[in-house]
Write a protein that binds this ligand. Structure first.
Ligand code: FUL
Length: 499
């Protein structure tokens, strides 16, 4: 009996699967450059934090020269968990620890250089800050990434091949001993004055060739950390937005065609920065941007900057102009000499986290009856309205191949009040949409209240005032079949206060 029942059940399930497979109209062909799996995971991360904590804090500097006595690094109560918990409360999903800044001091006991935590009296030379961040991220469920500065103002060999060997060995240690990394962060600081083993001189390198980045990434990063996205101004997975203010331009495509000024391939610190922010419509590579900005004035802690912690309103604005323009927000955190985040930073992060939760708690579009101008192959289940309001970033509304414009109309039983519109594309199918227009229906006519280009992974349109509507339409335009994954309408708490 039992067996017969099982056979019947599996027959039924197989039939159901076949029916479903037959009913499904083929998905639209992907358009243009596409994100890799590791880039998809990166997009989903949305907010992460670069953490600067090296001897520079104890010198009250933003850039150590490379000659600090290792004993200067001596936090009285370093607490990676306090930092990770505060970050998590702020809605941050990953941290990137600066394992070595330009001063060359390694925050883990590297075998490549005597200039590291091993040489300090902190924890009797047995400490490992990178390990402590790894454990703290594991406990709090955050992702971990690393930044190991290629410019090293301490190393005698900086500028020669011998240093590249050291640098690669440093990456190897970091890629091997600290678990899975979500991001390998690289910048374009390429030499200048420094201690350099006591030579105290200026060293310049050719940024296009010195580091041999493609080889490093291929032989180390991709092999040892295949899921880590690689960030630098030139990509290859994530590009710099071109400023450290936390804002992407209004139009910012995830695709870009990089150029360097002299025609050689672009490298970190050797990229034409003109289109870093905007990207290029139909650019040849999918290299979305991150907006890096410190929570306080500087990247490192300075007590005199305790009052410069950004306000939650400012942070929310930056969130809308980074994540809300299809990128990620990389919010710099700066632990103090004690080894913790100052209470001003902790409080602000907590408030910001609460604000984000409150804003996105309720998608008002959920209450709407949605009508679509057309649905791909008439297959409402696969490509219809439900896909627009579920929480799945990759389910979507689609039109037939020949249809390059579409309208989604939302009708509400009672008028809704909103101040923020969220749209997403299913980026697995590329960045298809050219533009979008949003209208509300008032006094017998449609009135345009917002428009945007570059939608991508996420587009937040801040209206800066509350709109009230019982009918709203979203018009989308593309050079290929329309696809749209998400419609969200939200109200920022500041607009709920009625006078
Ligand atoms: C830059 C560095 O020069 C700064 O010191 C800081 O680390 C910032 C995040 O990246 O390239």
């Amino acid at each position: 009996m039992k067996i017969r029942y099982r056979i019947a059940l599996s027959f039924f399930l197989t039939m159901m699967m076949m029916v479903k497979a037959n009913a499904q109209v083929a998905a639209p062909k992907p358009y243009g450059a596409l994100p890799s799996e590791r880039q998809l995971r990166w997009h989903e991360t949305e907010i992460y934090s670069l953490i600067h904590y090296t001897p520079a804090v104890f010198q009250n500097e933003e850039r150590g020269y490379g000659d600090a006595d290792p004993n200067i690094f001596n936090p009285t109560d370093f607490d990676a968990l306090q930092i990770a918990k505060a970050a998590k409360a702020g809605g941050i999903r990953g941290i990137i620890y600066v394992t070595k800044h330009h001063d060359g001091f390694a925050m883990w006991p590297t075998k490549t250089s005597p200039y590291s935590v091993k040489a300090s009296s902190w924890k009797g030379g047995k400490g490992d800050v990178v390990k402590e961040f790894q454990l703290a991220t594991q406990k709090t469920g955050l992702k971990l990434g690393i930044y190991c500065s290629p410019w090293d103002r301490n190393n005698l060999n900086y500028g020669t091949d011998a240093y590249i060997t050291d640098y690669r060995n440093q990456l190897k240690e970091l890629y091997t001993n600290y678990g899975e990394l979500f991001l390998s962060w690289h910048d374009g600081a390429n030499g200048g004055d420094g201690y350099y083993g006591g030579r105290n001189e200026v060293r310049k390198v050719d940024p296009a060739t010195y580091y041999r980045w493609p080889e490093t990434w291929e032989t180390l990063t991709r092999k040892l950390q295949p899921n880590a996205a690689i960030f630098s101004d030139a990509g290859p997975d994530v590009r710099w937005v071109g400023n450290e203010d936390g804002y992407a331009p209004e139009t910012a495509w995830a695709t870009i065609t990089h150029k360097s000024d002299d025609g050689r391939p672009s490298m970190p610190g050797f990229t034409n920065t003109k289109n870093l922010g905007s990207g290029d419509r139909n650019g040849i590579r999918w290299i979305p941007f991150e907006c890096d900005v410190p929570l306080r004035h500087g990247w490192f802690y300075h007590s005199e900057e305790d009052s410069t912690v950004k306000s939650t309103d400012k942070l929310f604005d930056m969130y809308c102009s980074s994540v809300g323009r299809g990128g990620c927000l990389d919010l710099g955190l700066a632990p103090n000499k004690e080894g913790k985040l100052h209470r001003n930073d902790v409080d602000t992060l907590a408030k910001f986290g609460k604000l984000i939760k409150a804003v996105f708690a309720k998608n008002l579009a959920n209450g709407a009856k949605i009508t679509l101008s057309s649905v791909r192959g008439g297959d409402a289940k696969a490509y219809g309205t439900e896909n627009l309001i579920d929480r799945d970033r990759y389910s979507y509304w689609a039109t037939d191949d020949g249809i390059h414009q579409g309208i989604a109309e939302l009708n509400f039983r009672n008028p809704v009040t909103f101040s923020l519109i969220r749209l997403r594309e299913n980026i697995k199918l590329g960045q298809r949409l050219d533009s979008v227009r949003v209208d509300t229906y008032n006094d017998g006519k449609w009135i345009q209240i917002a428009k945007a280009t570059s939608i991508g992974a996420c587009r937040l349109i801040q209206l800066h005032k509350a709109e009230i509507a019982d009918r709203l339409r979203i018009r989308v335009y593309a050079p290929v079949a329309i696809t749209l994954s998400d419609i969200g309408l939200f109200l920022e708490p500041k607009f709920t206060v009625s006078n």
